[in-house]
Design a protein around this ligand. Structure first.
Ligand SMILES: Nc1ncnc2c1ncn2[C@@H]1O[C@H](COP(=O)(O)OP(=O)(O)OP(=O)(O)O)[C@@H](O)[C@H]1O
Ligand SMILES: [Mg+2]
Length: 435
């Protein structure tokens, strides 16, 4: 077996020349540095040079060092022992407990797409109650679908994702996964303590590649988590609840890698392969005949600009998008859902039933009227409205108030008890206002 030789080093990118026996794309290589650090082959250039990423950021790697092929890729341990553990992008445990071990553990390459999903027979629609009125009413949470929570900095994405984990994971409707990508380390710790307090950690699989980590970790951690989720879906026929905070950071990390790999940016300054990078990961987060993957993914909106190309593109992957907006958060309305931008393809009579569906049509009509009445009131004042308009205006205000709610995960900072509403309670509360 021939060895490669390092020909250049630039930041995290290391170029290795092989005379023959070229490595494969996404193969791991080992450098003969004291730490025996690993490289990941990201591209093969024409002159037999493997363009690699320095996975551990090992600074002791030098030009001319020898490099050995490992004939395998980054792999996560798969097996029931992985439940209750916290991993990084490389499948290493980071919870301070012993490595995942046991007879049933096997390893799966995180960048190998699994065999094509078998034909997905349409299963009866199963609605998962979240206990959050505004979500259950406007964006019903249906097993096997994807919900995006979209919003600018500090509008409440993390709080809403955490509340959903808290409310839905408790009910054991699926195996919960949480993937932290490029967000605050402190929030990762807080979520861990929340899960421990509620005795949920032992049933949850967690992956972290937070903002303190290199773009390599942040770009790969989603694949690592997805690989383990696919394993439980396919080998254990489990339904998976897959939570991500924040999927935009995956796109951003891919972008950073693209820059250091000297790719020329494409649309809106994003990397040229952004579309396929988003698609590959989203396609893997899907259901098949073995089991379902239901996902909730937060998306950061840079500079509150919803027309950002990455934000636009990823929205196409979701069955429902909950948009949180600053103007609503500033009014103190929580969750700060912007109903004029929030959409769901699942708010149909077939999915939610006639009662819920027709109620939602009436609510939408009242809320639309409210928007136009608001501008009239700004000019002529509320007293000049016709009796009917005034009734609808007040109904709209009552509805908006009705859809606010205290969160369990905020109890400690707000001193207000968290609230949970069954779907029936939510529908009833709306009916009472409209009647
Ligand atoms: N439902 C809520 N109830 C009460 N307070 C909230 C709620 N949602 C958000 N907040 C307040 O807003 C702050 C920011 O919320 P959060 O961290 O969820 O925002 P974010 O959208 O995740 O921000 P970033 O983009 O920075 O990650 C919280 O720390 C909390 O003080
Ligand atoms: Mg956040």
């Amino acid at each position: 077996m021939s060895l490669g030789k390092i020909v250049s080093i630039s930041q995290l990118v290391i170029r290795v020349r092989f005379d023959d026996d070229l490595p494969l794309l996404n193969e791991l290589l080992e450098v003969s540095s004291p730490r025996r650090s690993k490289l990941l082959v990201s591209r093969i250039d024409l002159d037999n040079v493997a363009v690699c990423l320095n996975l551990d950021g090992d600074k002791s790697i030098q030009k001319h060092m020898e490099v050995k092929r490992l004939k395998g890729g980054i792999a996560v341990p798969t097996g029931p022992e992985a439940i209750g553990r916290v991993f990084n992008a490389f499948g290493q445990t980071i919870d301070g407990k012993p490595d995942v071990s046991g007879g049933s553990i096997t390893y799966r390459n995180i960048l190998d797409s699994p065999p094509l999903a078998s034909n997905f027979n349409v299963k009866p629609v199963e609605i998962l109650e979240t206990g959050i009125k505004i979500i259950d009413f406007f964006t019903p949470f249906v097993k096997g679908t994807k919900i995006g929570i979209i919003g600018g900095a500090g509008v409440g994405k993390t709080v809403l994702v955490t509340e959903l984990i808290n409310n839905v994971a408790k009910k054991q409707t699926g195996l919960p996964f949480f993937t932290g990508i490029g967000e605050r380390v402190r929030e990762g710790h807080e979520l861990l303590s929340t899960l421990i307090e509620n005795d949920l950690l032992k049933e949850t699989c967690m992956f972290y590649g937070q903002m303190n980590e290199s773009p390599i970790n942040r770009a790969l951690v989603g694949y690592a988590a997805t690989t383990l989720a696919e394993y439980f879906r396919d080998e254990h026929k489990k339904d998976i609840l897959f939570f991500v905070d924040n999927m935009y950071r995956y796109i951003q990390a891919k972008n950073e890698l693209s820059t250091i790999l000297d790719q020329i940016p494409g649309e809106g300054g994003y990397e040229p392969t952004i579309f396929s990078d988003v698609k590959v990961l989203q396609d893997r987060l899907s259901s098949n005949d073995n089991g379902s993957i239901t996902s909730v993914q937060s998306i950061y909106v840079p500079a509150d600009d919803l027309s950002d190309p990455a934000v636009q593109m990823i929205q196409h992957e979701f069955d429902a998008t909950i948009v949180l907006s600053r103007s609503i958060a500033d009014k103190g309305i929580r969750p700060a859902v912007d109903l004029s931008m929030t959409t769901s393809s699942l708010l149909t009579p077939e999915v939610v039933g006639d009662r819920h569906y027709f109620l939602s049509l009436q609510v939408q009509e009242i809320l639309e009227k409210y928007e136009s009445l608001k501008s009239i009131i700004a000019i002529i004042g509320e007293n000049e409205l016709s009796v009917n308009d005034r009734i609808d205006y007040n109904k709209a205000k009552a509805l908006i108030q009705n859809f606010t709610q205290n969160m369990f995960v905020m109890e400690r900072s707000t001193d207000k008890k968290g609230e949970y509403f069954t779907i029936d309670q939510t529908l009833q509360s709306v009916e009472e206002i409209i009647a």
